[in-house]
Structure formats: structure tokens, C-alpha cells
Design a protein around this ligand. Structure first.
Ligand code: ACM
Length: 268
């Protein structure tokens, strides 16, 4: 199956223009799974909670989920994308969705909020999801989902893998340099594929500015880097993978990744 990342620089507060930009980038792309960045509709560095509120959407049912569903239905691609969500009680969440060509949308609310995100969003309280999907050639696969700074907590990738994820989708707005080096380890230690879709460019909240580091990438279960986008620039990067490669957890003749775990010894 063909999977990949869509890297671009969202324009702050311009959801419609950002959706149109993604549509242009993927117009000629045929893939089973495409991962877009975190908060791809709104931009990242909110100047106020009112801004985050203004561009937040109900999930599902908002303009971006509707747009993603239409893209998925017409192309046969499953999309993963981050967006600000307005929850039923008005709480805002930094969320991401899995949008398959058929069937329902799955939403994940980011658990580990980074820095100023805590000023605007509530933390997710539900486990990150693992969803059973089918590639266009009929190959079944299981897709897990986490968002950006969740990478800093290896428990997230581990719990997704323990619950059967073959591929971890990882919409991101990375500003720390370490993640592109860490994700091959997350992939290796869990024997899964990891698909990090990042943005590039800079944003200011009026006081501080942030520069996003690009380098969207796909990592294999053996820790190898299958593709990596540049630090700066629009980029759609695709790789052919076999999700079955994530199903064997054998490390040596005498070591199975899961059988050799010793949770009773892992005291906090
Ligand atoms: C981040 O979690 N967006 C740094």
C-alpha cells in the first residue's frame, strides 16, 4: 500500500485557503493513506483563545471534516489531519481525525499539550485510537493516531502498538529539533511504521515567534527512514509499504518484543 505525508505551511486563520492549498498539492496524488499536519486548517500559534475559538469546528460535521470526507470518498484515500475542535460543551481541543473513504470519522484529542497550547485547549482524556482499515487492494491494516508532542511520551506509541497498530499516524507542528531523530526509535522499539506529517514556516503570537522544522517523514519497523521531506517547502512524499512487516515482533531467535516484556518490574 502507498502511504505518505503532506507538508505545507498553513496560513494563520485561513481554513478555506489551507484546504484549497492541500487540494492543489494532492490533486495528482493517488495513495491509500495521506497524513496532513497538526492544526492544518487554522495555523498553530494562536494570538488569543478567541482566535482558536473562531477557527475551531465540531467533529464530525464541521467544514473541514466534511471536506476531508469528500476528498476521501472521491479519491479512495484515507486521510489523517489535525484541526482545532469545538467540543459539545464549548471546550476546545487540539484534535486529529481519521477519515476513511467509507465509514465513520474517528477523532483523537491530543493528550500531551505543548507549552502555550495549554492556554487554549483542554487535554484529551481518552486513549488514542487504533482503527481497522482496508487499503485499496484489499490489504487490511490497523492505524493508530497520536499528535505531535505525544512523541515525547513513549507510552503513547507503545500503547498504540500493544493495541495492534501497524502504522502510527502522527500529525505534527514540530518546533523542537529532536523529533525527527526520535521517531525512528519509536518505530523500532514498537516494530511499527510511523508517519510524521509536519509543517514548515514561522508564526508569531505577537510576543514570540516559532519556526517549524519540516522534515515530514515515514519510518519503518526496523527503524529505517523511508522518506524525509526538506526543512522548508511544500512536499508530498509517498512510500510503498507492507503493513504485514509490522506484525512480526520477533527481535532475535530468543526474543519476542511482546513476550519478553516484564510489566511487573516496570514500577513508576
Ligand atoms: C507540538 O506539540 N506541536 C510541539
Amino acid at each position: 500500500m502507498l502511504i505518505g505525508t503532506v507538508q505545507f505551511a498553513p496560513r494563520y486563520g485561513q481554513p478555506e485557503a489551507n484546504r484549497a492549498h492541500v487540494a492543489a498539492l494532492i490533486a495528482d496524488v493517488s495513495a491509500d493513506l495521506l497524513v496532513l499536519p497538526e492544526l492544518f486548517t487554522s495555523g498553530y500559534f494562536f494570538q488569543s483563545t478567541a482566535d482558536a475559538q473562531a477557527w475551531a469546528e465540531p467533529v464530525p460535521g464541521g467544514a473541514s471534516c466534511t471536506w476531508l470526507s469528500e476528498q476521501a470518498r472521491t479519491t479512495g484515500t484515507t486521510f489523517v489531519a489535525g484541526l482545532p475542535e469545538r467540543g459539545p460543551e464549548g471546550t476546545l481541543f487540539n484534535s486529529a481525525v481519521i477519515v476513511p473513504p467509507e465509514g465513520s470519522i474517528t477523532c483523537y484529542r491530543k493528550i500531551h499539550l505543548y507549552n502555550e497550547e495549554k492556554l487554549h485547549f483542554g487535554p484529551g482524556t481518552q486513549p488514542p485510537p487504533v482503527v481497522e482499515l482496508t487499503a485499496r487492494d484489499g490489504t487490511p491494516y490497523r492505524l493508530g493516531l497520536m499528535i505531535c508532542f505525544d512523541w515525547f511520551y513513549p507510552e503513547v506509541a507503545r500503547s498504540l502498538a500493544l493495541r495492534g497498530a501497524d502504522i502510527i499516524a502522527h500529525p505534527s507542528n514540530l518546533v523542537r529539533k529532536n523529533c525527527p531523530r526520535a521517531m525512528p526509535i519509536r518505530a523500532l522499539e514498537n516494530r511499527v511504521f510511523a508517519v510524521t506529517a509536519n509543517r514548515y514556516g514561522s508564526e508569531s503570537n505577537g510576543e514570540t515567534s516559532l519556526t517549524f522544522i519540516g522534515q515530514s517523514q515515514v519510518c519503518a519497523p526496523d527503524g529505517e527512514l523511508l522518506c524525509r521531506a526538506p526543512h522548508v517547502g511544500d512536499s508530498v512524499d509517498l512510500v510503498e509499504i507492507s503493513p504485514a512487516d509490522a506484525r512480526s515482533k520477533r527481535v532475535t531467535v530468543h526474543n519476542d518484543l511482546w513476550e519478553d516484556r516484564a510489566p511487573a518490574t516496570y514500577t513508576p
